[in-house]
Design a protein around this ligand. Sequence first.
Ligand code: ATP
Ligand code: MG
Length: 425
Amino acid sequence: MSKKIASVRGMNDVLPEQTPLWQWLEQRARTVLAAYGYREIRMPIVERTELFARGIGEVTDIVEKEMYTFEDRSGDSLTLRPEGTAGCVRAAEEHGLLYNQTQRLWYTGPMFRHERPQAGRYRQFHQIGVETFGMEGPDIDAEVILLTARLWKDLGLADQVTLELNTLGDPDDRARYRDALVAFLREHRERLDEDSKNRLERNPLRVLDSKDPGTREVLQDAPRLADHLGDAARDHFEQLKALLEAAGVDYVINPNLVRGLDYYGRTVFEWTTDALGAQGTVCAGGRYDGLVQQLGGKPTPAVGFGMGLERLVLLLEKQGQELPGPVAIYITAMGEVQARALTLAEHLRDALPGVGIQCHCGGGGFKSQMKKADRSGAGYALILGEDEVAAGQVTVKPLRGQDEQQQLNQNEVADWLAARLHEGY
Ligand code: ATP
Ligand code: MG
């Protein structure tokens, strides 16, 4: 036998036992997005490397050390997308979606980052992302946050997540703050961790993000961005907080929330949970008014977020989310009745659209067929033997609940099942 080939580290298969939960999550998200009038956009998984270098920022973890970059056969440098925002802006700009109009867009799919794999952190992971364009007021910031809050409620996760909120101010505010922060951090340089020493010179705001206990202690006395805000950014933030309060969405202000990407300004937010250890952020986003211009377009206000589906699936698994299986009706076929079993199954599929009907294939005795019926998770087994076929009948055996087994005419069985399935059997 030749050697088996394993999957790539950090890139997971989603097995049939797990896909129902994924589908359920994705379906709920689609429903919520539709309820807010958001439209789906689909971008390629591969983009030109320079899009991410310019869009995300050269001095970020993603661009410095996490991207899957390769040269294709024409010698172009391409990258597997590490996030969706840059590609979405590229696509929207390329197809004129940002010209004199507002957009509310969403997308979903795999993202790729070469990180150290651990629970909740993978090299291929999946996001649902939202990007809105052309709206500069805090109302749209509030709307995208309300949308996520509604999704947590629909998923039954509302009591497990906390909204953390901050403002990064406008570019001038940040420049002034950056000077104050750098001056302060230089004074305490020897107490910072190595990463933070590096960032101090190259991307000082990211030091605020540090998880190092020593650095965190230094940061307690650091100057605050909140004290360097201009009037415009301050007003925007105050209005956003008032809108969230009016809508009954709780939040906590986290002055150290700066996000790992360069393109954010003003609003930043994260939804975090205590239930997943260090990988606690399930959704992260904010305002990025400068990005469209940075990528060659006209100045365009923009707000968006990305949520990590693996982390949400982990949360849903923890809460033991119950889901209906794919098979509601299992037809067993004993003896020379395959033709009738298959046509009965087709008849039922016509009559009961959307209901999962599995017809036994591959023969076997009554016991083993009934075992398979039970294992399929079906609510009903339809038993078809030579006697039943001769009499134009079928035996219906409820596999869950209290109903009695009974004989029905084959032409009545669809109506009988429709009535029960409607009640959710
Ligand atoms: P983290 O601080 O956890 O590294 P991030 O700031 O790099 O997250 P974003 O780029 O904002 O993450 O991506 C948005 C969301 O995508 C995250 O909040 C998280 O839920 C998810 N995510 C990011 N990286 C990964 C990964 N490697 N594996 C699984 N999910 C991820
Ligand atoms: Mg990261």
